[in-house]
Design a protein around this ligand. Structure first.
Ligand code: BEZ
Length: 387
């Protein structure tokens, strides 16, 4: 018995440094949870492209560790989110989670990340809760909160002297929160939201609601749609003859990565977003060249967010020498960094959400031309974040 105990103690003494070493050496397993089907499929691809471009520019390694990937198509389906993320964390034992696009799915990911302590970087989904009540030392976002572009567009529309607006969006967190941010600023600036219209996600049956907008005759319409749904909405709005009589505005997802498919229906639309065409940011020029060369495609906001998710991971990993278990040190390094993004340099707030300029853009041909800054260094209020 005594010999067995001594042998066990010796084995444990040997195992301890081994376990420590495993935290910072060997391949780093990245769980990529993104949509590769459904209305947000193209957004998922752009994020993955951007992420992998940054990694390739760094020789396939971040923080001294080679990366390997396990991918899951989350289908932008919140009902499958917990199962999907648990597969990555419990079965595949990933070190880092990167995902996702859809706010409802991201909230499922954030819950599992918070409970398991797995590092999570959100490269799109704007769910306010992720950097609000769910904020945590191991959760970061490289994109935006839903409140941010909505609030900036509301300020800009009120400043233009628009007095009344109807909102129309998908009925889920991203749409609801985008409209809430818009309404907060628009009404603070003297405007009034006279009607809030919604369709279920990812539905694209807009006709009845377009008829209602025409009958209401507001000064303008504010909208949140993205991906395939945004293409259909912009086309339907123009086809209904509303574009000339009731100006359409939106969070910039309405026209980002969608212009080829929207064609002339998108011409002249004004939106607000943290990226656009024609920025004079040196990092943007080199990023665009590299992206176009690698993927034979022009990048969009989603590609930038994927690229910056990899940058954030790289900054944190360098500080902890590849050891993701050192969460506080990882977070401290990321929080004091200036992220050299193609959108322009930004930093992360105490709740780990980008503090960033929100640009006003106007569609000219196949570009979202930046025509001004709607809101400078806009920080999400991070309501409910206790960290
Ligand atoms: C979201 O669900 O948070 C979202 C999806 C697409 C574009 C922007 C936001």
């Amino acid at each position: 018995m005594k010999t067995t105990l001594i042998a066990l103690a010796a084995a444990l003494t040997l195992a301890a440094p081994l376990a420590q070493a495993q935290g910072s050496s060997g391949k780093l397993k990245i769980g990529l949870m993104l949509p590769s089907s459904g209305t947000y499929a193209a957004l998922g691809t752009a994020i993955e492209n951007g992420f992998k471009l940054y990694v390739a520019e760094h020789g396939g390694k971040l923080g001294g560790r080679e990366l390997e990937y396990v991918s899951v198509d989350d289908e932008s389906d919140p009902s499958k989110a917990t199962d999907n993320v648990n597969k990555l964390v419990k079965r595949d034992k990933v070190d880092v989670l990167i995902g996702t696009v859809h706010s409802g799915v991201a909230m499922g990911m954030a819950k599992v990340a918070k409970d398991s302590g797995t590092l999570l970087i959100v490269p799109n989904a704007g769910a306010d809760a992720v950097t609000g009540p769910m904020c945590a030392v191991n959760i970061f976002r490289s994109s935006f909160s839903n409140w941010q572009p909505g609030y900036a567009m509301g300020e800009a529309m009120a400043k233009k002297g628009i007095k009344t607006a109807v909102s129309i969006t998908w009925k889920y967190a991203a749409g609801d929160e985008s409209v809430k941010g818009f309404k907060e600023a628009f009404e603070k600036g003297g405007g009034k939201v006279v009607k809030e219209l919604t369709v279920p996600f990812p539905g694209v049956e807009f006709q009845a609601l377009l008829t209602e907008i025409a009958a209401t005759k507001p000064g303008a319409v504010y909208t949140f749609f993205a991906g395939g749904g945004a293409v259909k909405f912009v086309k339907d709005y123009a086809a209904a003859g509303l574009k000339k009589s009731i100006p359409l505005y939106g969070a910039g997802f309405l026209t980002d990565g969608t212009l080829d498919a929207q064609g002339a229906a998108a011409d002249g639309l004004v939106t607000a977003l943290h990226y656009g065409d024609g920025l004079t940011v040196p990092r943007d020029a080199s990023f665009r060249l590299a992206y176009a060369k690698t993927y034979k495609l022009q990048p969009d906001v989603y590609a930038v967010q994927g690229y910056d998710a990899a940058q954030i991971l790289g900054i944190g990993l360098a500080a902890v020498k590849g050891d993701v278990s050192k969460k506080a040190e990882f977070a401290a390094a990321v929080q004091k960094a200036k992220i050299d993004s193609p959108r322009g340099a930004f930093s992360l707030s105490r709740s780990h959400n980008p503090v960033q300029d929100i640009y006003l853009r106007q569609v000219v041909g196949k570009e979202n031309k930046v025509i001004g800054v709607a809101s400078k260094a806009l920080a999400d209020p991070a309501r409910g974040c206790r960290m």
